[in-house]
Design a protein around this ligand. Structure first.
Ligand code: SF4
Length: 538
């Protein structure tokens, strides 16, 4: 029988990217085929994000655009998965009538059955939701209700533990350390849609990391919504994130270990010390401040002041100077005045963030802020503050990036640059899309959507392992490229890598470097990118 052909579109954070990976693996194991192009698929799955209205609007719009195709192909199955599924539940029947499957984050392991049900049932959509946090009889308090997720978590663990190495880029894998969130920040739907905090047992995580590294992963990123609240139970004691990191870092051949996202309130001296004591830990901390105003932070229910946030950053940088700190900010939160916004600008200047993700506030249904605060900052002010803050971030990041020019940095190569014509003298260098010319030859052993479009090139070095065509991923072990380079070669594509501090570096090189660490010389910089070249000999 022809395998079911499935296409997956992913929105949102790293958790969603890992969810999509697990969905793909679960479906492959059940005999389905994951395809690159929606037009080739009979099942279209959307792994969705509910954190911002804009992200939801894009999903509804993209599903709405399938109306004509759905009329032409009545057997086409459309699945809406993840946070929006839990957020909207049954209401999707009226809000998105084309949807055939509604599947919450905790139920993703059931997708083969849900797809089968959607294909054979007359009753659509097929709905699989997580238990609501406020269900009658649900216990209250921290991690309350976690037991209701135990079966679903076990099913997801089973998929995650046995998946082959795929991940965000060659040689890099995400690993879930905890699910859910108990923080209930006033603006955020995550505690409602992903349920209470549940930490995976440390032994399971350590084993999963060992297996992924055994398959060729060199970089592991531990994931959790507030990852530094990790509290895994094993051997009659509770492990915190520092315990877990120290043990995971002992995995032979693991070069880089990162963890995201940290909550400022849960940053401890013990965790700060891993930046100093554990060489594999990347000097990178994603710890959202959200605002620099104490009044706004209190209304957001973040549980710290700007001074306390600055103390946490100082504590980390005392343990290891130059840790790159990235933050998220929300501008135009209810009641935010110009003085409040100026306090945020001041925090950015003082903390010298390496990156900041800036969002305009939009009320999310079911959150404390949506129910108790008036969305009273005019859109024009939100837009202006958004732009002013981004401009300041560009200035700060641009100044910091200039420090790298002339230095040699070790980068982890992700693969071809998504914007392959970045150049420091072409505008900001970040917006180029470029185009490919030259023969469209397949590069032996580098099957992926991106690399197939690259000009033909010679690939020095080699790797072994199984390469899957048409999925954009591979499994198997990537070997460090063994041959010396003698400088840039004509026809090399632009590759993208990252410094240990997560700064983006682009350089011309052979795609076989994907998944390896190499030293490059930084020749120029822009606020978002370092431009580099391979040294004369590597
Ligand atoms: S820590 Fe706050 S912002 Fe982050 S997921 Fe939890 S509730 Fe949302």
């Amino acid at each position: 029988m022809e395998p079911v052909r499935v296409h997956i579109t992913t929105y949102g954070c790293q958790m969603n990217r890992l969810d999509a990976e697990l969905v793909a693996e679960r479906l492959r194991a059940s005999g389905a085929r994951i395809v690159d192009e929606p037009a080739d698929a009979g099942v279209l799955l959307f792994v969705t994000c509910s954190v911002r209205a804009h992200a939801e609007d894009r999903v509804f719009s993209n599903i709405g655009a399938l109306k004509t195709r759905k009329r032409r192909e009545p057997d086409l199955v459309i699945g809406l998965l993840g946070c929006m599924a839990q957020q909207y539940g049954d209401r999707l029947r009226s809000r998105a009538p084309l949807v055939d499957i509604v599947c919450a984050p905790g139920r993703l392991a059931e997708l083969p059955d849900l797809i089968e049900a959607a294909r054979t049932s007359r009753t659509r959509p097929v709905v699989a939701l997580d238990p609501p946090r406020d269900a009658p009889g649900a216990p209250c308090g921290p991690t309350a209700g976690a037991e209701a997720f135990a079966a679903a978590d076990a099913a997801l663990d089973e998929v995650e533990i046995h998946r082959p190495l795929g991940g965000p880029s060659p040689g890099h894998a995400f690993v879930t350390v905890m699910r859910g969130c108990d923080n209930f920040c006033a603006y955020c739907v995550v505690p409602n849609v992903r349920g209470p905090e549940r930490s995976r047992p440390p032994g399971v995580i350590v084993e999963e990391v060992r297996r992924l590294v055994g398959q060729g992963a060199r970089q592991i990123t531990l994931l959790g919504q507030a990852v530094n609240k990790y509290a895994g139970r094993e051997g009659g004691r509770t492990w915190d994130l520092a315990d877990l990191i120290e043990t995971v870092a002992e995995t032979p051949n693991l070069a880089r270990l990162a963890f995201i996202t940290s909550h400022p309130r849960a940053m401890t001296e013990r965790l700060a010390a891993v930046f100093r004591n554990v060489p594999a830990v990347c000097p990178y901390l994603h710890m959202p401040a959200q605002s620099g105003s104490d009044a706004v932070l209190a209304r957001m229910k973040r549980g710290y002041t700007a001074a306390e946030y600055a103390d946490r950053v100082a504590m980390v940088r005392a343990a290891r100077p130059h840790v790159a700190v990235a933050s998220d900010f929300i501008v135009g939160f209810p009641g935010e005045t110009e003085e409040d916004f100026e306090a945020t600008m001041d925090l950015v200047r003082r903390m010298r963030f390496s990156q900041a993700f800036v969002f305009k506030y939009s009320p999310r249904p079911g959150t404390f802020a949506a129910e108790h605060y008036e969305d009273d900052v005019p859109l024009a002010d939100k837009r202006r503050r958004n732009q002013v803050l981004l401009d300041l971030m560009q200035q700060v990041a641009g100044e910091d990036n200039r420090r790298f020019v002339g230095r040699t940095v070790t980068i982890f190569v992700e693969g071809p640059s998504p914007h392959p014509n970045l150049h420091p003298e072409k505008g900001t260098g970040e917006k180029g899309t470029g185009s490919f010319s030259g023969p469209m030859e397949k590069v032996p052993g580098s099957f992926s959507r991106r690399t197939e479009k690259l000009p033909a090139e010679k690939v020095p070095g080699s790797f072994s392992g199984r390469m899957e065509k048409g999925t954009g991923s591979f499994s198997g072990r990537m070997e460090k490229v063994p041959v010396p380079f003698s400088g840039p070669a004509a026809g090399w594509p632009q590759l993208r890598g990252r410094t240990p501090g997560n700064r983006i570096v682009v350089f011309d090189g052979p795609t076989a470097l994907a998944g390896t660490e190499v030293d490059v010389e930084v020749t120029a910089s822009s606020p978002l990118t370092l431009f580099a070249r391979l040294p004369e000999t590597t």
